[in-house]
Design a protein around this ligand. Structure first.
Ligand code: ADP
Length: 455
């Protein structure tokens, strides 16, 4: 083969320049032809070797031939080695990404499980105010189906414009470190619920928020309890003050000598005694209720015969009923059934219902005491049915509330409005039973409770 220096020598030796040029071309062409033949022969072999090396899973290596193609094959092998290294590193990256994806999927599932198990409503929205994540409680607050929330614009799924506005406002505030806590009221189906809403932005500090997390804690019950506590304290003070004021007034009259004769003095003493007794009853009832509600009362549960307790109570109430010419009727299930409960509490519950029936039934009426057993449900029901004054429908939902007295019946009998509340606490809180009432003004009432049978 001609090398570059011999070509230069040939070209430079004039006058043979023209013929040398022709010779050079001829030589070059001959050498090229020769080379082409060798390359062709070897390239066929090389192509076959390369094809073998490209079979997937085989090492990419072609044995360099001992000819002019050797550098090319070496370069090819280098290329293969580099490509293999790149493929390996890409595969490693894919594997790493797959692991990361698995981990983040697991973490997402864990976060979702936590969010779904939270009682508070949790709502996560993105930078376009579309729902990214919401739990059951959030769906309830929004008044929508949980399934229909995913990736939907908040505006399209709830009519609660104020909440949508609050979420938008905090997102637009662009303050990722900000956390807003505010009270939010939702009125649905005639009921108002109060929520403590905590709003925070998602995102890197100093950058535009990528979304908002809203947590809504239902405060309705807590507010109600706080209001009930206040009402209870003011009712207790009011109820205690009335007999106390009466006792004070009569004692003052006695001190001032306003009771001139023995008869008046004895009347005054009797009034003072009655009021003091009422005060005592009130305090006992209040203490009993609050002890049961706070779980401080000592409860001694044992297998009891409801029938025996009812009979005992009937014995005590009979003189009172007879005094008003009220007929007491017994319709008791003859079978000997037992309940598992606290004797004093069940007895007091029976007594309270019976004495109310006699109290709120006019002379000559009838009070029926009935028990019935549901063998399938394994429950026993106790009912006291009277032909008394009855209770207006509007008062019925409240008769078991503390201090609730039916306005229309206040003139019929004196009371504290605590008896039924105590019964409800003793039956429902302590014995997991259920109290009920049915009544019609002028026709009478049916009060009762249901307890589980003792196996
Ligand atoms: P009270 O000490 O006022 O009787 P309760 O809690 O026992 O308190 O009863 C609450 C109210 O329910 C009573 O004030 C009364 O108006 C009404 N009530 C209870 N039992 C009867 C009944 N059998 N018939 C009519 N009204 C009743």
């Amino acid at each position: 083969m001609l090398d570059a220096s011999s070509v230069v020598t040939l070209i430079e030796s004039a006058p043979l320049r023209a013929s040398a040029a022709i010779s050079l071309l001829l030589l070059g062409a001959t050498a090229g032809l020769l080379n082409l033949c060798i390359v062709r022969r070897h390239s066929r072999h090389l192509a076959a070797e390369t094809a073998k090396a490209l079979v997937p899973g085989k090492p990419r290596y072609v044995e360099p031939p001992e000819n002019a193609l050797a550098p090319l094959v070496v370069a090819l092998n280098d290329g293969f080695a580099q490509a293999d290294a790149s493929i390996q590193s890409a595969l490693n990256q894919v594997r790493e990404l797959q692991i990361q994806l698995k981990v983040s999927n697991g973490q997402r599932k864990q976060a979702e499980a936590i969010i779904y198990s939270i009682n508070d409503a949790v709502l996560v929205t993105d930078a376009f105010d579309e729902v990214l994540l919401a739990n059951d409680s959030a769906a309830k607050v929004l008044g929508a189906e949980l399934r229909s929330l995913d990736r939907k614009p908040l505006e399209a799924i709830t009519s609660d414009r104020q909440l949508v506005q609050l979420i938008r406002e905090i997102r637009l505030s662009r303050n990722t470190s900000e956390r807003r806590v505010l009270e939010h009221r939702v009125r649905r189906a005639g009921r108002e619920s109060v929520y403590k809403v905590t709003l925070s932005c998602i995102g890197e500090p100093g950058q535009e928020p990528t979304g908002v997390v809203a947590v809504l804690h239902d405060m309705t019950r807590e507010n109600e309890i706080a209001r009930m506590k206040n009402d209870f304290v003011s009712s207790v003070s009011h109820e205690l003050r009335t007999p106390l004021a009466s006792i004070r007034a009569y004692i003052e009259m006695l001190i001032d000598g306003e009771a001139a004769d023995d008869k008046t003095r004895s009347d005054f003493y009797e009034i003072i005694q009655n009021e003091a007794n009422r005060l005592g009853r009130l305090i006992d009832n209040i203490l009993n209720i609050s002890r049961i509600e706070s779980g401080l009362v000592e409860i001694k549960k044992e297998p009891l015969s409801l029938m025996v307790l009812i009979k005992d109570a009937l014995g005590v109430i009979t003189p009172q009923a007879r005094g008003k010419s009220i007929t007491l009727e017994e319709q008791l299930d003859p079978a000997y059934y037992q309940v598992f409960g606290d004797r004093d509490m069940i007895y007091q519950s029976i007594m309270n219902l019976m004495s109310n029936a006699v109290k709120y039934t006019r002379d000559g009426g009838t009070v029926t005491v009935r028990t019935s057993v549901d063998e399938v449900e394994k429950k026993v029901t106790f009912r006291v049915i009277d032909t008394g004054v009855g209770i207006p429908a509007k008062d019925l939902p409240f008769v078991f509330d503390k201090f609730y007295r039916v306005e229309a019946n206040k003139s019929v009998a004196k009371g504290t409005g605590l008896g039924l509340s105590l019964v409800k606490n003793m039956i429902e809180t302590v014995h997991r039973g259920r109290v009920f009432v049915e009544s019609e003004v002028g026709r009478g009432s049916c009060f009762g409770f249901t307890l589980d049978l003792h196996p």
